[in-house]
Write a protein that binds this ligand. Structure first.
Ligand code: AMP
Length: 138
């Protein structure tokens, strides 16, 4: 497996080099909105320390990230009056991973409503409004 590379886009977000719509953070983890949301409220949770994915993460990294995933899953379900929540996580390119800093997708879901196709940029004002709804539910 390749080594962690610190020029990935989420490392740049962590260093404040590129903007992100932040929803929640604590000492160990950060949650921010996905810019190509496949559902309203689609967000990402990452550890603040470096690892590529589940395959090289330490148990401590996984523990802190999954605690934040749960917190955000509960908040986003409430914020959007969702019926359920999908959690997605991909490992290496062959596993569907595109950004090589461990992240979990949190997707509020409504009964009978399919996910939108991947790769479609959303309106930034809508994303900001969705982030505010989730923050209010936290
Ligand atoms: P994957 O590695 O397959 O889980 O996909 C990476 C995810 O990161 C995709 O859902 C992208 O829409 C999302 N993404 C890529 N760049 C950014 C960014 N600058 N801010 C927020 N989300 C991003």
């Amino acid at each position: 497996m390749s080594a962690y590379e610190s020029d990935n886009i989420f490392a740049k977000i962590l260093r404040g080099e590129i903007p992100a719509t932040r929803v929640y953070e604590d000492e160990e983890t950060l949650a921010f909105m996905d810019i190509m949301p496949r559902a309203d409220g689609h967000l990402l949770v990452i550890p603040k320390t470096p690892c590529r994915n589940m395959l090289d993460a330490t148990p401590a990294q996984l523990e802190t990230v999954i605690r934040t995933v749960q917190k955000l899953a509960v908040a986003s379900k409430a914020a959007f009056g969702a019926d359920g929540v999908t959690i997605q996580q991909f490992n290496e390119a062959a596993g569907g991973q595109e950004v090589f800093h461990l992240h979990f997708h949190v997707l509020p879901r409504h009964e009978g409503q399919a996910l939108r196709a991947p790769g479609q940029m959303a309106d930034m004002e809508a994303i900001a409004a969705h982030a505010e709804k989730i923050k209010a539910a936290l």
